[in-house]
Design a protein around this ligand. Structure first.
Ligand code: ASP
Length: 313
């Protein structure tokens, strides 16, 4: 039976430190090494755990080169027969984007669990140690698979997870789908089956990250115009995601610019800027609906789609 859990550290608030224990906002993220984070959880002592520092950054600054290395190292460890699962400590700001990226590239048969914290490691009641312990529990769960986010005792699937709050400890949710499971006293209470997916594979991200397609986000809003879209197309953008109002509707001054972009060969994905819900109903071709994806997931989706079939770029 595989029993080793590998913990890859990438930084974030879980590794952050502040000058005083009651400071939850004026801290520096990504200060403590992953081995220190593991050592701060006495319940992990004696468990078969390996810690590896992959990066040390505030996830607001996440970049494609780090994503590439993370996917490659996670795949390497997941392929080891003695490893039952991999945990990634990560900042919460872009955790859902990293989760979707890893799920689309790897869709692993073993659990790949992202966790973090809303409070720095120095806080009076830091949430990082419990989140890390819960993440390891999920990484050891028989039958678990795919990329999930474990925060505040909830297990969210990579497709559904959203950061919904700027400050609260339970900042993450899964919208209409709800969490896959809850971690309660070291055990999982399952609500639904583990999501499975078909991986695109590491080969599609094997290119130099600086050459990955540039996919940008634009929003529809009151007073919108096509100026930004036209400038992006003139600047050589490879793809666009538009976050529409409501059910993906677009301002009449913005839509023609997006259609011009699509006609010029720049693929456009349309989604909603609403925090919940999917695009419902029929949409005309040209501005492809991104169904249930959030704008930032759709950006990952389009970028990976272009990497997987460069002819489409
Ligand atoms: N800015 C931090 C980060 O994403 C926030 C956090 O981790 O909660 O790295």
């Amino acid at each position: 039976m595989p029993s080793t859990v590998v913990i890859l550290g990438t930084g974030g608030t879980i590794a952050g430190t502040a000058a005083s224990a009651d400071d939850h906002t004026g801290y520096a993220a990504a200060q403590r090494g992953v081995a220190e984070l593991v050592a701060a959880v006495p319940q992990l002592a004696g468990q078969a755990i390996e810690a590896e520092q992959l990066a040390q950054l505030d996830s607001k600054d996440m970049d494609h080169a780090t994503w590439q290395r993370l996917a490659q190292r996670a795949a390497h460890h997941l392929a080891r027969p003695e490893v039952c699962g991999v945990v990634v400590t990560h900042g919460t700001d872009t955790m859902e984007e990293t989760a979707w990226f890893l799920q689309r590239v790897l869709a692993p048969a073993k659990p790949l669990v992202l966790t973090g914290a809303m409070r720095p490691a120095t806080a009076l009641q830091a949430d990082g140690p419990q989140n890390l312990l819960d993440a390891v529990t999920v990484a050891r769960e028989p039958g678990a698979c795919g990329v999930v986010v474990v925060m505040a005792g909830q297990v969210h699937g990579a497709h559904d997870v959203r950061k919904l709050h700027t400050y609260r400890l339970d900042a993450f949710g899964s919208g209409d789908a709800g969490p896959i499971a809850r971690v309660e006293q070291g055990r999982l209470r399952r609500h639904r089956t583990w999501p499975v997916g078909k991986p695109l594979g590491l080969a599609c991200i094997g290119f130099e990250p600086a050459s990955w397609p540039r996919v940008e986000l634009v929003f529809s809003h009151a007073g919108a115009s096509g100026t930004l879209v036209d400038a992006l197309v003139a600047g050589g953008v490879h793809g666009l995601v538009v976050a529409g109002t409501g059910n993906g509707t677009l301002h009449q001054a913005l839509e023609p610019a997006l259609r011009r972009a699509a006609t010029a060969g720049v693929p456009v994905l349309r989604c909603t800027r609403c925090a919940g819900g999917a695009l419902v109903g029929e949409f005309d071709m040209g501005l492809t609906p991104a169904a249930t994806l959030s704008p930032w997931q759709a950006r990952v989706e389009l970028m990976l789609g272009l990497l997987a079939s460069p002819a489409a770029a």
